[in-house]
Design a protein around this ligand. Structure first.
Ligand code: OFO
Length: 175
């Protein structure tokens, strides 16, 4: 049985994952309309992945005697100047998600809720992998700068990246 404060924190995490999913959907749409087809495909997939993270929390809360709540969705940022800004925004979002996962770990430890602590470990590992992945994309963008050919090649590379398969804790392959 979940303690009320743990249930509340898990519901907050649902909202955090939902926000990430909608932010990435918004970013995918920006990429789609700016000719970055590969980045768009990558971000559409990543948006789906965040929704899966959210659903995982729904099932855990409801299976543990709590009540998972569908969160209020605010419109995410949709205007960007460059692909670099887009991926910096994604990376900053992932860092925020990591912070909230870490707060959950702290709370579960304090409350001696070892079952939820065990469940949350999946998110701890996932966040590490995602931070590695997005930092590697930013590194590439910084190397490329404004070079059109380089950005085109990066876009082709992003098309081949599947977040579920390329977050194995290793840096994404070189372009
Ligand atoms: Fe990358 O955010 Fe979910 O956990």
């Amino acid at each position: 049985m979940l303690k009320k404060n743990v249930e509340k924190a898990l519901n907050q995490q649902i909202a955090t994952e939902a926000h990430a999913s909608f932010l990435y959907l918004s970013i995918a749409s920006w990429c789609d309309t700016k000719g970055f087809e590969g980045a768009a495909a990558f971000m559409y997939r990543h948006s789906d992945e965040e929704r899966m993270h959210m659903l995982k929390l729904f099932h855990y809360i409801n299976n543990s005697g709590g009540y998972a709540l569908a969160p209020k969705i605010e419109q995410p940022k949709y205007e960007y100047k460059s692909l670099a800004e887009v991926f910096r925004t994604v990376y900053a979002s992932e860092l925020k998600v990591t912070d909230s996962v870490n707060e959950l770990v702290e709370l579960c430890t304090k409350e001696r809720d070892f079952s939820t602590l065990n469940f949350i470990q999946w998110y701890v590992a996932e966040q590490h992998e995602e931070e590695v992945l997005f930092r590697s994309v930013i590194d590439k963008i910084e190397l490329i700068g404004d070079d059109g050919k380089g950005l085109f090649m990066l876009d082709q590379y992003l098309k081949t990246l599947n977040p579920e398969k390329n977050t194995g804790g290793e840096k994404a392959e070189e372009v």
